[in-house]
Design a binder for this molecule. Structure first.
Ligand SMILES: C[S@@+](CC[C@H](N)C(=O)[O-])C[C@H]1O[C@@H](n2cnc3c(N)ncnc32)[C@H](O)[C@@H]1O
Length: 247
């Protein structure tokens, strides 16, 4: 629970992969008691997935403030948005409020929270930050697919899909399980590369893991049709096990 001592603090809260019931008890307690919940958004008009996950536990009481983190690779543009977001957070906390920044999955794992965290440390070092871990997407994807990630001395790599997709071979030959994030629009190209290695059916696609009716699991990727190959969506993860055929 938030105490008086928590005024002026920022909690970075991992809210899990999608299912509200995968929030931790600590996350729920913090979110129910802070004054402001900062939520990330990639464009002003896009709905915030993170906000949808936490709203059911808040009974309409929370004050949300959306921070825009555009999906661009332009470094200057990104720096500007991270700085502005850090200033907004610092302003609210400087007024004596308590705040939480919500982030999908785990906050310290490929998350926009990390940029905000670094900016706050650099530009507003007086702010105390507490990070709360969350259930991360590779684990939610494995659970949805019913695939143990690793057992015994097996080795695992978790990687964002490389720019040059063929480089994925390095991981496939080195690790027993390779979990590939940020597949989205490049699913077709990834499946083509995996097929070239003879591994398309050693791969599983998990979309929207834990998002109730929207969750989708495809075991073996050679069966994917054009519709599926071209519309994977952002919340898509591929798990490849070199020594296991799924279809
Ligand atoms: C920027 S990373 C965010 C990772 C997040 N911090 C975590 O711990 O899961 C986004 C990628 O995570 C994966 N992802 C996130 N949520 C997912 C879900 N519910 N189902 C499948 N993949 C998911 C997708 O590969 C997506 O492109």
């Amino acid at each position: 629970m938030i105490r008086l001592a928590d005024r002026g603090k920022l909690f970075g809260v991992g809210i899990g992969p999608g299912d509200t019931e995968l929030l931790t008890i600590k996350a729920v307690n913090v979110l129910k008691s802070v004054d402001i919940i900062f939520s990330p958004r990639s464009a002003p008009k896009r709905e915030s997935i993170a906000r949808k996950i936490v709203e059911p536990v808040l009974n309409g009481k929370a004050e949300f403030k959306e921070l825009v983190f555009p999906m661009t690779k332009d470094k200057a543009e990104l720096e500007k948005h991270w700085s502005e977001a850090a200033d907004e957070v610092a302003k609210a906390l400087g007024e004596g409020k308590s705040g939480a920044f919500i982030t999908l999955g785990d906050p310290f794992f490929y998350s926009t929270y990390i940029y905000l965290y670094r900016k706050l440390k650099e530009e507003h070092p007086e702010i105390e930050i507490v990070t709360l871990p969350g259930v991360s997407s590779p684990f939610a994807a494995a659970a949805a697919a019913g695939i143990p990630i690793a057992v015994g001395d097996e080795k695992v790599a978790i990687v964002p899909l490389p720019e040059v997709i063929g480089e994925i071979w390095h991981y496939l030959e080195t690790f027993d399980t390779v979990i590939i994030l940020k597949v989205g629009e490049r699913l077709r190209a990834l499946v083509k590369v995996l097929s070239g290695f003879g591994l398309a059916d050693n791969a599983v696609l998990v979309q929207k893991a834990s998002h109730e009716a929207d969750e989708k699991v495809v075991m073996g990727l050679s069966k994917l049709d054009d519709e599926a190959l071209d519309n994977a969506g952002y919340l898509s993860t591929v798990i490849v096990k070199r020594d296991v055929e799924f279809a």
